[in-house]
Design a protein around this ligand. Structure first.
Ligand code: FPP
Length: 249
């Protein structure tokens, strides 16, 4: 994990620590996990999907209010067709399972990204999943699919400029709050903490607008399929050690 060594020694009492209201996770390292085992990349995604389910349930159980996971980016279409097909099958299986199990889970699921690029079958499941979980009072789970931070900002700019052109808005009305209201995450708090396992130290177009003051925890010693509930706890401990100033003192 990348952080200030001295501070790492600061013991955190998990019963009293401050939890982030919104956690983002870049579920990275599935391909390398599979490669290390001589397996096709798809095998890593399959185990990654099981990890996603485990971490989602656990996050809800400990009181995280909003979780956003990066499942498929606007750039992931560049991958080989067989890997994309395998990912689409995994999304499909997950949604079928989620629809079956949702009565027991107090999780509200929302999809962020341009889902119109997916097959009609997948889109139908996406809409059903959102509808069936819409009255849940527990954690809000944003699944970012065909999501890109730049794409989201372009989309927001187009909406806002159309409103200006129609005379519904004046240029002076445009401020950060208005822009936030045009993001997929409108009405939600910005992510406090973004976790990225696997040793890549970049944001990869994830929640670009919303992450202006997010705390990043890069966990370089772990690949997503191996990510455990204790790894999430360690990231939450690290978040609790951070001193957030939001540009102040
Ligand atoms: C990044 O690892 C991971 C992805 C592009 C896919 C993430 C998808 C899942 C975890 C599947 C389950 C999701 C849902 C919502 C059911 P990578 O392939 O870039 O890994 P690498 O960097 O080691 O190649």
């Amino acid at each position: 994990m990348l952080f200030n060594k001295k501070k790492t020694e600061e013991k955190i009492d998990r019963s009293t620590r401050i939890l982030p209201t919104h956690v983002g996770i870049i579920m990275d390292g599935n391909g390398r996990w599979a490669k290390k085992r001589g397996l096709p990349r798809q095998a890593g995604h399959k185990v990654g999907a099981a990890t996603f389910k485990k971490i989602t349930r656990y996050a809800n159980s400990i009181g995280i209010k909003n979780l956003t996971v990066y499942a498929f980016s606007t750039e992931n279409w560049k991958r080989p067709k067989e890997e994309i097909d395998a990912l689409m099958d995994l999304f499909y299986d997950y949604l079928i399972e989620a629809l079956r199990d949702f009565s027991e889970e107090n999780i509200r699921t929302i999809f962020i990204g341009d889902v119109t690029a997916f097959s009609p079958k997948l889109q139908q499941l996406i809409h059903e999943t959102e509808a069936i979980s819409s009255d849940k009072t527990g954690m809000r789970l944003n699944i970012a699919m065909n999501y890109g931070g730049r794409d989201e900002i372009v989309r927001a700019m187009r909406e806002i400029s159309a409103e200006v052109a129609e005379g519904k808005l004046q240029p002076e009305d445009i401020d950060p709050a208005l822009i936030s209201d045009h993001m997929y995450t409108f009405g939600q708090p910005d992510p406090d903490l973004i976790i990225r396992p696997s040793g890549e130290y970049r944001t990869s177009n994830f929640l670009l607008w919303q992450s202006a003051y997010s705390e990043y925890v890069f966990m370089d010693e772990i690949l997503w399929p191996d990510f455990s509930t204790e790894d999430l706890e360690r990231a939450l401990d690290e978040y609790a050690r951070r001193n957030r100033r939001f540009g102040g003192v």
